[in-house]
Each structure stands twice: as structure tokens, then as C-alpha cells.
Design a protein around this ligand. Structure first.
Ligand SMILES: Cc1cc2nc3c(=O)[nH]c(=O)nc-3n(C[C@H](O)[C@H](O)[C@H](O)COP(=O)(O)OP(=O)(O)OC[C@H]3O[C@@H](n4cnc5c(N)ncnc54)[C@H](O)[C@@H]3O)c2cc1C
Length: 386
């Protein structure tokens, strides 16, 4: 595994792991309201200097440029301790990466330092009621209005809806051009005409909801890149951020494996520890092997992102597909090893079982990842033939 890392990555991993151990695992679950917990986590991650890794040094970050391997290390280690901590870190990255990629100097200076410090919560608003996997069905409109745009539309499943200060928004500036008519914007939370429509309650709680724009006017300076570049910006963001979803899956699965080993050594049936049954040992061996394979795909994809490799898209989709599906199987087996205790509310495996599910859906479902992988391979084959 170390082939993908330099000394700085290894030191970062050790630092984050020890912080997670002390502040998330030993501290245990908190009872506070989910939005309050989310806000506190972003504040803590900012104070610790962790969210600084989502921006380049010039804009309050740590390194010269944002590195996928850093983001993956954070997500793997944070997810091992708390799915909510992982989500809050991830959203600072997902909400700000389009600005890093396509923002003007002025936009970067205006938004990135506050996100890197954990002072401003970020969000990424792409999905709509009628446009989930199919972005081309997007109905949110940004109509030119003097020296600005007027936004109208609804976005659903928006993580950090209602608590974010900075939203990266995707809206159509030219519906006739379909996918090529979609543009990216930054919308500030206090803009008149922009509001939280409703909160959404999920299997594994995190702040999420529906946002709406009714005659919401934004200045032209909020446009990211050029008109029509929205999908290019969104897809380039997802190419890198998908590796990090896979990293979070690895973190959840790692924790499940640890919990399964611990429980199987302590619980006795038929006069021996569960760990002494070969059936249990085989489960543990399969879980560990899948986990290691997933981890390799994650850091291979992250390395490809950091080294601007041409096949990043495929590698990121493979990592996300395999790691999130494998994590689901690993968590399920860990729960099985716990028997009835595995479904008792509040136990770590019960929580992991709920936490792991959404990863196969957001930032492109497993089916969409398969389409991306196959499309890439078939295109390559066609090009070779020509
Ligand atoms: C926890 C969570 C957090 C999220 N956070 C955000 C966020 O912050 N910002 C944001 O913009 N969105 C967010 N989303 C939305 C997420 O990205 C979408 O849910 C996802 O892209 C799928 O869209 P959908 O739910 O509309 O499902 P649909 O697109 O309706 O898909 C339903 C099913 O049909 C399958 N399907 C669709 N098309 C095809 C096809 N061509 N071939 C085969 N199968 C297909 C899908 O794989 C899926 O199984 C979040 C979702 C969740 C669950």
C-alpha cells in the first residue's frame, strides 16, 4: 500500500487516526441534534487544521494543490470513527472543489479560505426531483437578467441544505443545448429568493434536504467558469471525489472487521470462542481480503487523480463500485458474526449497517459506475480499431 504514499501521507494518516481514536471512537456517540452535531464537527475539523486540506495553500490550504490521496486518507480514517464526521469533511471538499477547479481568483479568495477553516459550511447542489442519475433532465434555470442571473428551480437530496453558507449550484442557462447548456454557480445562503424547502430524514442521519430558488437573483460574478461548462465541472469534480467515497467505504468496512474480530474472540458458544470456529475464520478472511482489494483500488485511483492520469475516470468508478459494494458485504458479515447483538440499536455494527448503504447511491449509483466503466472500455476498443 505504501507505494501510493510519501512520508507526508503516512504522517498524516497516523495523525488523523490518533485524533479519531481520541475524539470519535473513545468519546462515543453524541445525543445532540444532527444539525448541531454537524456544525460542531465542521468547527472541530477546521480547528484541527483538517478541512484546510480541501483547499490549495494560496487559499488557506496546506499543500500547493488539493490532493486526492489526502482527501482519501481523511475520509477513510474519519469514517472508521464516525460516518457523520466523514460526511462533514467530504462536503467541505465536494462543495469547494468546483471552485478550486473553475473559480476565478476573486471567487477562490472569497470562498475557499472560510471553507478551509471550517467557518463556512459548503454544499453541492446537482440532483433534482426529476434529474437524479440523468443530469440532462435538469430543470433548474438561470436566466440572464441584466448583469446577473435569475434562478428558478428545486434541488433535492442536498447534503448540508439549510446549514451551508456556500452552495455550488448547477442550473441550465440554455435548455436547448441540453447537457451543454448547464452552467455552474456559487450561491450564498443569504441570497433573497433562495430557501430551504424541507429537511429529509435518512436511514443514517445527516443534514440533508430540499432547497428551492424562486426568482433568486445572483450577480454575474457568481458564474463558475464559462456558461455551458457546468457538466464538465461537475464530472471533473466527481472523478476525484468518487475515489473519496470509496475511501469512506473502506473506513466503514475496516471498523466492521475490527468489531467482528473483537466480538468473535469474546463471545463463546458450544464451549469455545466464535473465533475458533472455522466458519467464522473463513468469514474474517474473506472480509479482510475484500477490504484490502478495495483499499488498493482506492489509492490507485487517488494516485491517478494526483498524477493527472488519463484513465482516472475509469479507475475512480472502479474504486467506487468495488469498495462500496464490498463494504456492504463486509458490514453484513460483521453483523452476522454478532448474531442478535448485531441488530440491537446503538451497537457499532448496527450503526455501520445503516451508514454504509447510501454510499452505493450518492455521487453516481453502482449501476452508473458500471456504465462509466463499460463506456470507457468500449470507446477505447473503437478507437483502437480505427
Ligand atoms: C445520502 C445522500 C446524500 C446525497 N447528497 C447529495 C448532494 O449533496 N448533492 C447532490 O446533488 N445530490 C446528492 N445526493 C443525490 C444522489 O447523488 C442521487 O440520489 C443519485 O445520483 C441517484 O439519483 P436518484 O436518487 O434520483 O435515483 P435514480 O436516478 O432515479 O435511479 C434509481 C435507480 O435506477 C437506476 N438507474 C438509473 N438510470 C439507470 C441506467 N441508465 N441504467 C441502469 N440503471 C439506472 C439507478 O442506478 C438506481 O438504482 C445524495 C443522495 C444520498 C442518498
Amino acid at each position: 500500500m505504501d507505494i501510493f504514499f510519501d512520508q507526508e501521507h503516512l504522517a498524516l494518516r497516523a495523525k488523523v487516526r490518533s485524533w479519531v481514536e481520541k475524539n470519535l471512537i473513545s468519546a462515543g456517540e453524541k445525543e445532540a441534534d444532527i444539525e448541531e452535531q454537524a456544525r460542531q464537527l465542521v468547527h472541530l475539523l477546521g480547528r484541527e487544521g483538517f478541512t484546510a486540506y480541501v483547499a490549495a495553500k494560496k487559499y488557506g490550504g496546506v499543500r500547493e494543490s488539493v490532493q486526492a490521496r489526502d482527501l482519501c486518507i481523511f475520509r477513510e480514517e474519519l469514517a472508521r470513527g464516525s460516518a457523520l464526521a466523514d460526511t462533514m469533511f467530504a462536503m467541505q471538499a465536494l462543495g469547494s472543489y468546483p471552485i478550486t477547479l473553475a473559480g476565478s481568483e476573486e471567487q477562490k479568495k472569497r470562498y475557499l479560505p472560510a471553507i478551509a477553516k471550517g467557518e463556512a459550511i459548503a454544499a453541492f447542489a446537482l440532483t433534482e426531483p426529476e434529474a437524479g442519475s440523468d443530469i440532462s433532465a435538469m430543470q433548474t434555470r438561470a436566466v440572464r437578467d441584466g448583469d446577473g442571473y435569475r434562478l428558478t428551480g428545486v434541488k433535492r437530496f442536498i447534503s448540508n441544505a439549510g446549514i451551508a453558507r456556500t452552495y455550488t449550484l448547477f442550473a441550465s442557462t440554455d435548455p436547448e443545448k441540453k447537457i451543454k447548456g448547464i452552467s455552474a454557480f456559487v450561491v450564498e445562503a443569504d441570497t433573497p429568493g433562495f430557501f430551504l424547502k424541507e429537511k429529509t430524514s435518512l436511514l443514517s442521519p445527516h443534514p440533508i434536504g430540499v432547497i428551492a430558488f424562486e426568482d433568486c437573483r445572483i450577480p454575474r460574478t457568481r458564474l463558475l467558469g464559462q456558461e455551458g461548462e457546468g457538466v464538465k465541472i461537475a464530472l471533473a469534480t466527481l472523478d476525484t471525489l468518487r475515489c473519496t467515497v470509496a475511501a469512506a467505504a473502506v473506513g466503514l468496512a475496516q471498523r466492521a472487521l475490527e468489531e467482528a474480530i473483537k466480538y468473535s474472540r469474546g463471545r463463546r458458544q458450544f464451549g469455545q470462542a466464535l473465533a475458533e470456529f472455522q466458519a467464522t475464520q473463513f468469514k474474517i478472511a474473506d472480509m479482510a481480503t475484500e477490504l484490502e482489494a478495495a483499499r488498493l483500488l482506492v489509492y490507485q485511483a487517488a494516485w491517478a487523480s494526483d498524477h493527472r492520469q488519463k484513465d482516472l475516470k475509469q479507475k475512480a468508478s472502479m474504486a467506487k463500485l468495488f469498495a462500496t459494494e464490498a463494504a456492504q458485504r463486509i458490514v453484513d458479515q460483521a453483523l452476522q458474526i454478532h448474531g442478535g447483538m448485531g441488530v440491537v440499536t446503538g451497537t457499532p455494527v448496527e450503526r455501520l449497517y445503516r451508514d454504509v448503504r447510501a454510499l452505493r447511491i450518492y455521487e453516481g449509483t453502482s449501476e452508473i459506475q458500471r456504465l462509466v466503466i463499460a463506456k470507457g472500455l468500449l470507446k477505447e476498443a473503437k478507437e483502437e480499431k480505427q
